[in-house]
Ligand binder design. Structure first.
Ligand code: GAF
Length: 383
């Protein structure tokens, strides 16, 4: 996204020179629904980004404009609350976190927009929250640490957007590094950068353009089911804090004490963590096909055990499995729509894109959107 468009819009609306911040969406190579279970994830920031332009206005009022939705919204810094849905929550949520942490803010004008598709599982919301947080930190000289900013962004999502998300999206968007994935331990927040070297393969994203209206409530429900499983295991193993500490053997011990659904959800999470660890070893050895097999395993688990896929995502993953041009594919993010991440051969990429788009159109009557993304640095000030 070219920041000058948002900068120009800001100047035309507010007649001032703004501070400008860029904040990326993310992909995740493997490790889905593991973050809020204190497991591992392997995300990366991408060159689909939100641009935020902001400046003080000398009042106690905040005036916001969404370039993409062509909507404006104002609120008073001393008197605002979350709304029933809508993009304003991502800004107000961050403001509320900063105020709760004791930072005193003044009124500001803000314009934002970008090319992270909304509802595609690429974390446009985390990109906005992180971007707003860095923009306000710069504007008011708060000198916030990156780790604090991404935690404020996550809490904004919990308290204003109403999704009890894990830390992956905000972490990936804030801490991204060009051409690297982030291998993140979501318990300790220790992380290392992992070069994305896919040899003869490259990543493409296939966007179903489907978004299930119950996705947010189903997400919170999955989180509760995992907690239920942990509570049952804790009865026998008091040192257990999360599914990260639970082995398949420990889960078997409580099989009769939890519902079949809770058992299956927990089993998926334990296996997904193992797939991620195995997947990292394979990537380190340059075994892309082996890594792709872990991706297929991840998709099958998400679809059949965690039940967060949908027929469109399954179709795209199944298509990859039968194609010699693909090494792996899986649904990505919270689920119930959005994108698959696919590893396809560089040489066969165009052919693959043509074939899968045709097949998707035939099956669902919809044009498949395909994104080729580059891996970038995290949230940053650009002017
Ligand atoms: C969403 C959430 F925001 C993340 O925290 C993560 O749980 C993901 O779904 C599933 O892995 O993107």
């Amino acid at each position: 996204m070219n920041p000058t468009i948002i900068q120009a819009k800001f100047k035309s609306l507010f007649e001032q020179e703004p501070i400008v911040v860029k904040s990326p969406g993310r992909i995740n190579l493997i490790g889905e629904h593991t973050d809020y279970n204190e497991g591992f994830v392997l995300p990366a920031a991408i060159d689909k980004e939100i641009v935020i332009a902001v400046q003080k206005n000398g009042t106690q009022e905040c005036h916001l404009f969404s370039y993409d939705f062509e909507e404006s919204l104002s609120f008073d810094l001393e008197d605002f609350e979350r709304m029933e849905g809508g993009w304003g929550n991502y800004v107000m949520g961050v403001v509320a976190q900063l105020q709760q942490a004791g930072h005193s803010l003044e009124g500001f004008d803000l314009v934002f927009g970008g090319d992270v598709p909304v509802g595609a599982g690429l974390s446009s919301s985390a990109a906005v929250e992180n971007g707003v947080c860095l923009a306000l930190s710069e504007l008011f000289d708060l000198e916030l640490a990156r780790l604090d900013m991404l935690k404020f962004a996550q809490k904004a999502e919990h308290e204003f957007a109403g999704v009890q998300c894990g830390i992956m999206d905000q972490f990936a968007s804030m801490m991204g590094k060009e051409n690297h994935a982030i291998r993140l331990d979501c318990r300790s927040l220790e992380y290392s950068y992992f070069p994305i070297d896919l040899g003869d393969y490259q990543i493409i994203l296939c966007d179903t353009q489907v978004k299930h209206s119950l996705a947010d409530s189903a997400y919170n429900e999955r989180r509760r089911e995992c907690q239920e499983g942990v509570a049952a295991v804790q009865q026998k193993h008091s040192s257990v804090n999360s599914l990260r500490d639970v082995s398949l053997g420990m889960l078997e011990e409580v099989k009769e004490e939890v519902s079949q659904v809770v058992y299956t959800r927990c089993k998926y999470v334990i296996e997904e963590n193992e797939r991620l660890l195995k997947g990292c070893e394979l990537l380190e050895k340059g075994d892309i096909k082996g890594f792709g097999q872990q991706m297929y395993g991840s998709h099958d688990g998400l679809s059949q055990m965690y039940e967060v896929s949908c027929k469109e995502l399954d179709f795209l993953a199944d298509f990859a499995k039968t194609s010699a041009l693909a090494a792996g594919a899986r649904m990505m993010g919270g689920g119930f729509g959005g994108c698959t991440i696919n590893l396809v051969t560089k040489a066969g990429k165009e052919e693959y894109e043509k074939q899968i788009a045709e097949a998707y159109k035939q099956a669902f009557g919809t044009d498949l959107k395909i994104y080729e993304v580059a891996v970038t640095d995290g949230t940053r000030r650009v002017s």
